[in-house]
Design a protein around this ligand. Structure first.
Ligand code: ZN
Length: 138
C-alpha cells in the first residue's frame, strides 16, 4: 500500500513531526510485520529520524546553516537561488525505512520521523509505502 500525504508548510525552513501520519498509514495497511518507507519527491525537502527536542530543533537548523549557508557562490544559484536548500536536502536524505512489528512502526523512545521543509513555504507531499514481509513456514 502507498499513501500520499500533503502538507502546507508555513516557513522557509521548517521541521515537521510526521510520525503520527506514518503510524496511521501502517495501521490502515493492516500490515502486522514488514517495513514502511517514507519518501519525499521534492529536491528541496528531506526526511530523517531523530529527536524533536526544542534545543535540538534549533541545533539542526544551526548545523544546516553552517554546512550549507545561503548564497555561498553556488553554481545552481544562477537558476533559482536555492542551491543551499538542494544541498541541505542531499545531506539529510529523501527517505527513511522503518521496521513494522505488530502493526506499528518500531522506533526508539526518542525517535520521531521528521519532514524537513528547506525552501518553503510551499505545498509539499510525502509518500508512505508499507510492505508486508513474507511469512515463513517451519
Ligand atoms: Zn533549485
Amino acid at each position: 500500500m502507498i499513501k500520499r500525504y500533503t502538507i502546507r508548510t508555513k516557513k522557509e525552513v521548517e521541521l515537521i513531526d510526521i510520525t503520527r501520519e506514518v503510524a496511521g498509514a501502517i495501521a490502515e495497511a493492516k500490515v502486522e510485520q514488514g517495513i514502511a518507507s517514507v519518501f519525499t519527491r521534492h529536491t528541496t525537502t528531506a526526511v530523517f529520524i531523530n529527536e524533536m527536542e526544542s534545543g535540538l530543533l534549533r541545533d539542526y537548523l544551526t548545523l544546516l546553516e553552517k554546512l550549507a549557508p545561503p548564497r555561498a557562490g553556488y553554481a545552481h544559484d544562477r537558476i533559482d537561488s536555492n542551491a543551499h536548500a538542494h544541498l541541505r536536502s542531499m545531506l539529510l536524505g529523501s527517505s527513511v525505512t522503518i521496521p513494522v512489528l505488530e502493526g506499528k512502526p518500531v522506533l526508539g523512545t526518542w525517535q520521531r520521523i521528521i519532514f524537513a521543509e528547506l525552501d518553503g513555504p510551499r505545498e509539499r507531499s510525502f509518500l508512505v509505502s508499507v510492505v508486508r514481509s513474507r511469512e515463513w513456514s517451519r
